[in-house]
Design a protein around this ligand. Structure first.
Ligand SMILES: *Cc1c(COP(=O)(O)O)cnc(C)c1O
Length: 394
């Protein structure tokens, strides 16, 4: 009988596990930089071609990081993955590994600050031409992507304004021109998004977010075809030093065990919170893709089947009111991570997006009153009470 392919929840618990001769139940942390070869001949052979389960140096790979790579690739539905030291190592590594001077990239404009830096400052420094578009406007993608464009890059759900990019439609435009589709899928999470089924070629995550989910470690991963991961991404990553540490991989493996449960619980609470806030006269807007009022609600449901775990809203009264609100919160912490078990509020214009030019802030809807809430695992009613009490304090 052929093996039945595992469903996501089984993959999250078991996929990629490798056991030593001791048969340990929990995945072991192979906290080793290197590996001992049984002979000089074996060392030579391994440097020519390392076989399955053969490792050379932890910057190239390690049994614990390999377990994590296999688990996330299986979940994502890609052939392979390469684990990186942070989300930015994954974003910059995926792009730097494939691009060279003279190449053309089209990117959505609504990017995480560090992603914007890589596209705007780093790639252009090496002669890569980058065209920025409004990610939700397919006509802009159509006119910017030209035959010979090497890649398109976008965050499938933008930070902090929670605007979606239609992965299927943009992939069609990109593929017609022969371009690879690179998606930063952090906000959508690997639970709600099947980016690869929708046409994405390369999917990157900051595993610092939902995959760890408990604010412990930085990490990232590049998912793609075996050819891309092993022939393009791996050589670049292993020689430039952005590999994930085995200890971090062990944290991420354990994060994955509960990833489905956590993302769904957080998304359920995010919907409750968004519904409770919607229509509150103290707010000028509530942005949540799971609400029918979100302009891309239908796309969110088709692409993710969920509104996700983040809610954005704008308090009336600008920065002063926003600060009063944040300072009055009791359960919800002021910080800038997301996807954490602990609910977190962020004031993007003074923190994560502080350095953006004013005109870009306005174009992206990052106003002085805008707040981003990452909904955690606390009781939803407690969170709503905390939010409403803080609104009363403004
Ligand atoms: C956090 C984040 C990153 C960067 O990840 P790090 O792990 O902090 O390096 C990249 N893209 C998005 C959308 C993020 O939210």
């Amino acid at each position: 009988m052929t093996k039945k392919p595992w469903n996501a929840k089984t993959i999250l618990v078991h996929e990629g596990s490798r056991r030593s001769q001791y048969g340990e139940m929990s995945e072991a942390i192979f906290l080793t930089q290197g590996f001992v070869y049984p002979s000089a001949e074996a060392a030579e052979a391994r440097f020519i071609q390392a076989g399955e389960d053969e490792f050379i140096y932890a910057r190239y790979g390690n049994p614990t990081t390999r377990m994590f790579e296999e688990r996330i690739a299986a979940l994502e539905g890609t052939e392979d993955a390469f684990a990186t030291a942070s989300g930015m190592a994954a974003v910059s590594g995926a792009l730097m590994a494939m691009l060279r001077a003279g190449d053309h990239v089209v990117s959505s404009r609504a990017l995480f600050g560090s992603c914007l830096y890589v596209l705007e400052e780093v790639l252009t420094r090496y002669g890569v031409k980058v065209t920025f578009v409004d990610g939700a406007d397919l006509d802009q993608w159509r006119s910017a992507v030209v035959p010979g464009t090497k890649a398109v890059f976008f965050e499938s759900m933008s930070n902090p304004a929670l605007e979606l990019v239609d992965i299927r439609a943009v992939s069609e435009i990109a593929h017609a021109a022969g371009a690879l589709v690179v998606v930063d899928n952090v906000f959508a999470t690997p639970i709600f998004s099947r980016a690869v089924d929708q046409g994405a070629d390369i999917i990157v995550y900051s595993t610092t977010k939902h995959i760890d989910g408990q604010g412990r470690a930085l990490g990232g991963v590049i998912c793609g075809t075996r050819d891309f991961i092993r022939k393009v991404a791996e050589p670049y990553m292993k020689h430039t030093g952005g590999a994930m540490s085995p200890f971090t991989a062990w944290i991420m493996l354990n994060g994955m065990v509960t990833l489905d449960l956590r993302c769904r619980a957080m998304a359920d609470s995010a919907l409750k919170v968004a519904r409770a806030l919607e229509g509150d006269p103290r707010l000028s807007s509530v942005i949540f893709p799971g609400l029918a009022s979100h302009p891309q609600h239908d796309l969110a449901m088709a692409q993710m089947g969920s509104g996700g775990t983040l809610v954005a809203f704008e308090v009336t009264g600008g920065k002063e009111a926003a600060f009063k609100f944040c300072n009055a919160l009791e359960i919800i912490k002021i910080s800038n991570n997301l996807g954490d078990a602990k609910s977190i509020v962020t004031h993007p214009t003074t923190t994560t997006h502080q350095r953006l030019p004013q005109a870009l802030k306005e174009a992206l809807g990052i106003t002085p009153g805008l707040l981003r809430l990452s909904v955690g695992l606390e009781d939803a009613d407690d969170l709503i009470f905390d939010l409403q009490s803080a609104l009363s304090a403004i």
